[in-house]
Design a binder for this molecule. Structure first.
Ligand SMILES: [Fe+2]
Length: 238
């Protein structure tokens, strides 16, 4: 029996993707969204929490995201797909987001209180930790998207250990483990899995070219080992 025909442990719930058409750099049409969702179903996903960007380049308001979700849900029902879909957002941490947290304006979360956040890739914002603290004070659990991809870490996981110790959860992207973003993210991602620092895995699916790497990551021995352990918590949102 070849490796790829062996039964794999599925992730069941994806908590990071860009599948609402035409509102960020993810899916650019309903057709693309439906095709990608079908592929996720083939890989064993039963629920998708899609997370459009809320970013200076894509300043999506919650109403826009929720209206887009409704359109996508209708299309999924029309196709008779047996998959649940919800929406939250991927928040870019900057001054604007910090103000939003402090003024207690609506923040899109999943699982009741988890908020997906991302940092700039090149420079660590000096106020990042205080934003995390304020999010926690407002009753949320911050989840840092793709910790393995931040160039400013230069291969060190020290900052990620600090974030973990303050209660920030980490979401590694399957495509990173599959090699899509190059050697460094793959190595850091694998190290985080080995050190049992990963709370969630996600697809961060934007376009169909990501799918091969997503599948490779999902079927990798590192991810399969983690999915058979008790640290990855995606299934809690089923
Ligand atoms: Fe993303």
């Amino acid at each position: 029996m070849s490796f790829f025909s062996r039964k794999i442990t599925t992730l069941d719930v994806d908590i990071h993707s860009h599948l609402i058409p035409n509102i960020d750099d993810g899916s650019q049409s309903m057709k693309q969204s439906i095709e990608m969702i079908e592929e996720l179903m083939v890989l064993g996903f039963r629920k998708i929490i899609t997370t459009p960007h809320i970013h200076p380049n894509y300043p999506n308001r919650p109403e826009v995201i929720l209206a887009g979700l409704e359109g996508l849900q209708k299309e999924i029902a029309k196709n008779n797909f047996e998959i649940e879909i919800e929406a939250a957002a991927e928040y870019f941490v900057d001054e604007g987001f910090h103000q939003q947290v402090k003024s207690k304006r609506l923040i899109l979360s999943f699982g009741g209180k988890h908020v997906l956040v991302e940092s700039s890739f090149l420079n660590k914002p000096v106020f990042f930790e205080s934003v995390m603290f304020d999010l926690q004070s407002a009753g949320y659990i911050p989840v840092l998207a793709h910790p393995e991809r931040y160039n400013f870490l230069e291969g060190s996981i020290e900052w990620l250990e600090e974030l973990k110790s303050m209660g920030v959860m980490l979401q590694v992207t399957l495509g990173s483990i599959g090699g899509y973003y190059g050697n460094k993210p793959e190595q850091i991602g694998k190290l985080l899995l080995k050190n049992e620092m990963v709370d969630f895995l996600g697809s961060d699916l934007h376009r169909d070219t990501h799918l091969t790497f997503l599948e490779k990551g999902l079927k990798s021995k590192e991810v399969q080992k983690s999915l058979n352990g008790d640290k990855i918590k995606n299934h809690q949102f089923l």
